[in-house]
Design a protein around this ligand. Structure first.
Ligand code: HEM
Length: 514
């Protein structure tokens, strides 16, 4: 997802109306005119940056031209953004405002009542601020992109894409049909783990192996075929794709929180982003072509093939949108899934008793069916609790559709809001022993228990369409790992913000025979 759900640029209104090429052509502009224009623009922006914070809202001081972004270049580190927000929520309270260099207020909310109100708002076409760098690049490539894609589009265009692209992905029938393939993919993943285990059970670079699992399973789901990313020696193509996805997320983070120079000149950041986007496009296009030629002549009618084929065959969609959708689904699925699995196992390593409990609830070996998972509430509780404590998307971005009163502050329609669900879930007012990993709270509820705040896949009509698939996969993988090994991890996992919360690579954990 470019996750997309996270913070994004605020110059979106301008960018949306302006389909001019992204980068200024400096060569034809006399320097003096340019300088005068820059000074006038800078003065206007500086005045706005200081003025636009909603009245009475606390927050860090905004500087001319920089807004509050200077904080991410001085006091805080961009790769520790989750800690930066935790610190700001402590300093300024559960509702505070930042200012972008463009002078737009971004209101952070971690107050329960306000969060519930924002997440409950029943918008028909919820507006999630797009990632500007993706938008700018895709608009500069009309040969490849008919739109900026499901993740970044808004309004009717978004609704059209969502309606035509996600029905298969979100259907229980599809997931049911996909389960046998998911079983065999998970078995191959376990075989890979086994092959990479040292004699004491240590698996070095576990996160990279889970990335390959994410890649294989999401490609399997979208393209209807196994691609071999779980073979012992990873192909150069898989490694390149995984690296490009990581670079893609990081570049989105830096484009938002770093200096916005990429908007004016083709900086290294912009070029890195373009390279990652083009690498992903090229590799996924190849995979799609290969999958298409494989499906020719094979009249297999299973749920997973339907996703790919139905997207390709849908006459209501432009071919470029179909391709972009498969690319976006694959990009959205790899890291999110891998990070969630690492977080889940890391947290469980501190609860050997809960691992025993899972093991006692699942069959000893063999293929697992939906009914086996349904009969193992401890599996679902373990995953839910990991999503509460370490969600890979710790906040959701929205533009308010209507004015809203938030903790005594009047926010006008159109306000850019960051809903900090992750931070609110760690608050003692919202959860009993909030900072502890206690899966039992999802079996026997202990007050306080603000379950509505746990929103790892977002909320409302823009909620993640991969949710059903991810849940099936995480449950299955966890059950299969627990069938075979218990998990151990020494020390504390180092977590960083790569536009998603991610474990700092490489992660080593131990898979020990029962
Ligand atoms: C653990 C795995 C995943 C997590 C935690 C996750 C989380 C999210 C979140 C938080 C959002 C934003 C929702 C909102 O704004 O309300 C989102 C959107 C999205 N996700 Fe996921 N996701 C995951 C996996 C996937 C997978 C596997 C796919 C595709 C197969 C996918 C495709 C998308 C798409 C296309 C969107 C944009 C939807 C829209 O704007 O209409 N995600 N995801």
């Amino acid at each position: 997802m470019n996750m997309l759900p996270l913070a994004n640029s605020c110059n979106i209104f301008v960018a949306q109306q302006n389909s001019a090429p992204p980068l200024v052509d400096w060569s034809g502009l006399p320097t003096l005119v340019l300088l005068v224009a820059a000074v006038v623009a800078a003065t206007a922006v500086a005045v706005r940056a200081v003025e636009t914070r909603p009245k009475g809202l606390p927050g860090p001081p905004a500087l001319p031209l920089l807004g509050t972004r200077w904080l991410f270049w001085s006091r805080y580190k961009m790769n520790k953004l989750h800690e930066a927000y935790a610190d700001m929520l402590r300093r300024y309270g559960p509702v505070f405002a930042e200012c972008t260099p463009g002078g737009v207020a971004v209101v952070s909310i971690a107050d329960r009542t306000a969060l519930e109100a924002v997440l409950r708002t029943p918008a028909k076409r919820p507006y999630r601020p797009p990632t500007e760098i993706v938008q700018v690049y895709r608009r500069s490539r009309p040969d490849r992109y008919a739109s900026t894609g499901l993740v970044n589009e808004q309004g009717e265009k978004w609704h059209h894409l969502r309606r035509h692209l996600t029905a298969e992905l979100t259907s229980p029938h599809t997931m049911h049909s996909f389960l046998p393939l998911l079983n065999s993919t998970s078995d191959d993943f376990l075989a890979l783990l086994q092959a990479c285990r040292a004699p004491d059970g240590t698996v070095l670079g576990f996160d990279q192996l889970t990335n390959r699992m994410g890649l294989e399973s999401v490609c399997g789901l979208m393209l209807g075929t196994r691609l071999g990313f779980l073979e012992r020696c990873m192909s150069g193509r898989a490694a390149t794709l995984a690296a490009a996805v990581k670079a893609h997320f990081r570049a989105q983070r830096d484009s938002y929180y770093g200096a916005p120079l990429w908007k004016f000149a083709p900086t290294t950041l912009y070029r890195t982003f373009v390279r990652s986007e083009e690498t992903i496009h090229t590799i996924v296009s190849e995979l799609m072509e290969e999958a298409k030629s494989r499906t020719k002549g094979s009249a297999q009618d299973d749920g997973m093939q339907e996703i790919f084929l139905r997207i390709l065959e849908n006459p209501a969609l432009d071919m470029r949108d179909k391709k972009a959708a498969v690319i976006d689904f694959i990009t959205a699925g790899i890291e999110t899934l891998a990070n969630s699995l690492v977080f889940l196992l890391y947290l469980l390593s501190g609860r050997p008793d809960w691992q025993e409990r899972i093991r006692s609830e699942v069959p000893c070996s063999g293929e697992l069916h939906a009914k086996d998972i349904a009969a193992a509430p401890s599996v679902r509780a373990a995953a839910m609790e990991a999503f509460r404590l370490l969600p890979t998307a710790p906040f959701l971005a929205r533009l308010l559709e209507a004015p809203m009163n938030v903790a005594g502050h009047k926010l006008p329609a159109g306000t850019f809001v960051l809903a900090h669900t992750g931070a609110a879930c760690r608050h003692e007012e919202n959860f009993w022993r909030a900072d502890e990993y206690l899966p039992e709270r999802w079996v026997t509820v202990r007050s306080p228990h603000a379950a509505a705040l746990v929103a790892p896949f977002g909320r409302g009509r823009r909620m993640c369409p991969g949710k059903r698939f991810v849940e099936s996969e995480l449950y299955l993988l966890l059950a299969k790992i627990m069938q075979r090994w218990r998990v151990e991890y020494d020390g504390e996992l180092d977590i960083q913000f790569d536009f998603l919360l991610s474990p700092k690579s490489p992660v080593s954990l131990r898979l020990v025979e029962w």
